[in-house]
Each structure stands twice: as C-alpha cells, then as structure tokens.
Design a protein around this ligand. Structure first.
Ligand code: R5P
Length: 311
C-alpha cells in the first residue's frame, strides 16, 4: 500500500501514514510560473494500492485540480488501484439545483474524480449521504461522530447535555451523535424568514432551558449559522453552548466571528488544514481524524469491514 499526498493537508496525510506505520510516498506537487500544476512521483507505484490524501478545501479549485492530476499521475504510473481520500469533499453543498439554470457541481466534481481514474473514494461526513450515489465507483463515507462523542464524554460528560442541530437539515446527523451520548435529548434550531427582506426568526424546537447545548454540524464556513444558533439557545435559557463541527472551512472573518461569539468553544476536525488564525484562536480546538481515516484505509486494503468501525 502507498499513501500519497497533495499539498492540501500534509499534516493530516503524515499523521495517517504514521498511524499505518508507512512513509508517505515520495512525490512532488509543484506549480509552473503560470500556476499550472505539475506532479512527479519519485518512487515506483506500479501494481500498488495507492491512497491519495487530498481534501478539497480552500483554495478549493486548486486543491481539486491537484487531486485530479495526482490521480492521473498514479494511473499513468500503473498503480493497481487508486483511492481518492477526500476527507473534506468540497462542492458538496451544490448537490441539487437551487433554482432554474443552475449546476449540480457536486455531481460534476464526482464525475471529474471518476474520469481522472480513481477506483474508489473515501470521504468523511459528506454534506449529504446521497452524494455517495453521485459516484459510480465504491465510495465510503466515514463519520467523525465516534471521535467527537469520545471528546464530548471526556470534556462535558458531567454536564446536563442537549444535542442541537443548527438547522432542520442536520437532524439526522445530530440524532446519530445524541445516540452515542447515551441517548442525550435533541433540540433543533428552526430558521424562518416569513417574507423576503425580513430578518430570520430562530425558533427552538425542544426545551433547552438549563441545559448545556452541543451544536452539531458538518461544516462551519462563515460561522454565521453557529453564532446565531448559539445566541438563540442562550436567549432561550441554555446554560452554555459549545459546537462540534467536522469541517472547519472557516472562510473570511469566520475565526474573528467565533472568537467574538458566545460559544464556549468550537471543536473541529483536521479534515481541512487549520489556518494560522484558527490555530491562534483560544476558542477553536481541533480533534484529529487521522486514526479514523488510517484505520479505514487499512481495512479497505485488507478488504475487511469499514462499517464495523462505527458499530
Ligand atoms: C449547511 O447546510 C451546512 O450544514 C452548514 O450549516 C453551513 O455550511 C454553515 O455555513 P456558515 O458557517 O457560513 O453559516
């Protein structure tokens, strides 16, 4: 087996390789003067089972292109099987047409990865489970929930917890985490905008007064969803609010927004490499998913069960 990485998240790729006790494949992914990407694999991968670690976070298009070109390099070097390990699958939020004459970019990206020559995909907390069906190659969707649940138990286990989905779309994810936390109660933030131009009203479904709330979501991007949900929960009597989010996209002024928010802390995974600002924040903490992804890779290579990781 070979573990190869693009430039998107080298610390995670190194940690996965360390978990598997194998060195990262010697390869360089460079830019020409005009920013074209050039990949060179410096060791033999002929006949190898290659796992290519490359989440497609910021800069999304560059990282996606690196992934496609790395796959092509592996294919042309006669790798036996290529698995695109994409812990954060960018473009996933574009999984349907939000209006007429708009693209379904998640499907296009799935097609690109397949056409480039990937034989399998390994992702973590896809924005919507059905994105698996966008690929006509085997696709494993791992869940960060076990890693998060263990951390929540260790850090907040003594408190009177309530798991909260910050929107109606995230209820299934939140319920799955609540189940892992000894069936903790569940609440939902229901955002409503009655008329265009009017500000959003946040209705809380569930009795959060006196509870320590744990917000669960797949993505924190601008941080707006989280910070507004935290305000609404506290206004409704919650004692404290912390957030556990798999993918720290954290665009623009998100870190400053989180730092200035009423969140006790924001816990993210390292599916996307943390920026300097995120690392410097004393409100943001990262949990590594390297052992989870590493174990899934080991099981794919051994042809043993991946789903049993989540039993
Ligand atoms: C939306 O469906 C996602 O699950 C997240 O809630 C959303 O992407 C968060 O975005 P932001 O942090 O910009 O509010």
């Amino acid at each position: 087996m070979k573990i190869m990485s693009g430039n998107s998240n080298l610390p995670l790729a190194r940690a996965i390789a360390a978990y598997l006790e194998i060195p990262l494949t010697d390869a360089s992914v460079r830019r020409f003067a005009d920013e074209e990407i050039f990949v060179e694999i410096h060791e033999n991968v002929r006949g190898e089972d290659v796992f290519l670690v490359q989440p497609t976070g910021y800069p999304a298009n560059d990282n996606l292109m690196e992934l496609l070109i790395c796959i092509d390099a592996c294919k042309r070097a006669s790798a036996k099987r290529i698995t695109a390990v994409v812990p954060y699958f960018g473009y996933a939020r574009q999984d349907r047409k939000p209006g007429p004459r708009t693209p379904i970019s998640a499907k296009l990206v799935a097609n690109l990865i397949t056409e480039a020559g990937a034989d399998r995909v390994l992702a973590v907390d896809l924005h919507a489970g059905q994105i698996q069906g966008f690929f006509d190659i085997p696709t494993d969707n791992l869940y960060a929930a076990p890693v998060m649940a263990a951390d929540i138990q260790a850090r907040y286990g003594e408190r009177d917890l309530m798991v909260v989905s910050p929107d109606v779309g995230g209820v299934v994810r939140a319920r799955a985490l609540a189940k892992r936390l000894d069936n903790a109660p569940l609440a939902i933030v229901d955002k409503r905008r009655d008329r265009p131009g009017e500000s959003e009203v946040m209705n809380i479904i569930g009795e959060v007064a006196g509870r320590h709330c744990i917000l669960i979501d797949d993505i924190v991007d601008s941080g707006g969803t989280l910070c507004n949900a935290a305000d609404a929960l506290l206004e409704n009597g919650a004692k404290s609010v912390a957030a556990y989010i798999t993918h720290g996209v954290l665009s623009g002024g998100a870190v400053a927004r989180i730092d200035g928010s009423k969140l006790e802390e924001l816990v993210i995974s390292d599916s996307i490499q943390l920026t300097e600002a995120a690392l410097a924040s004393n409100r943001i903490r990262a949990l590594t998913i390297a052992p989870l992804v590493g174990e899934a890779i080991r099981r794919i290579a051994d042809e043993s069960s991946v789903s049993s990781l989540f039993d």
